[in-house]
Design a protein around this ligand. Structure first.
Ligand SMILES: [Zn+2]
Length: 155
């Protein structure tokens, strides 16, 4: 595995992957991971909490979910990470960045992700996450971004 971010540690990637597996079992009963799914911490993106992409550009190789490294901060509640993971897994099972049959033309068209949250009764969780992001994100991102830039310079 290539560690492309100084803030990434294999240990915490492992914990994140384990959480993803738990979420799959708990929330996506009966749905299957049908290719190699890599889960790891990404970068301290400013406007993106996470993403899912084909692994090396091809879903036949697998899929990769990356979660914003700012969420490694112990002040970030678990539900904030969980909702982000849920969001990316919804994309996965709707066929975006994965080898599942594609359910829509565009990943967010017509609120397709939010609808799925509603359908499964996760709206309160989603609202809680939105509220937390609104109240904490900018300040926390700025702290981490400054640190990240510094560590890139030192490396
Ligand atoms: Zn999305």
């Amino acid at each position: 595995m290539v560690l492309d971010s100084p803030m990434t540690s294999p240990h915490s990637d492992q914990l994140l992957a384990r959480r993803c597996a738990q979420i799959c079992r708990e929330y996506f009963k009966g749905k299957e991971i049908t290719n190699l799914l890599v889960v790891r911490w990404g970068k301290p993106w400013k406007t993106k909490l996470g993403h899912i992409k084909p692994l090396r550009g091809n879903v036949q190789y697998g899929s990769i979910i990356e979660i914003n490294t700012v969420f490694q901060d112990p002040r970030v509640p678990q539900f904030v990470v969980d909702v982000t993971m849920l969001h990316e897994l919804i994309h996965y099972f709707q066929g975006f960045g994965s080898n599942h049959p594609r359910k829509h033309r565009h990943p967010h068209r017509g609120g397709s992700v939010t609808n799925e949250f509603r359908e499964f009764g996760w709206v309160e969780l989603l609202k809680k996450q939105n509220k937390w992001i609104k109240e904490n994100w900018v300040k926390m991102w700025k702290e981490h971004h400054a640190q990240y830039k510094l560590s890139r310079i030192k490396a």
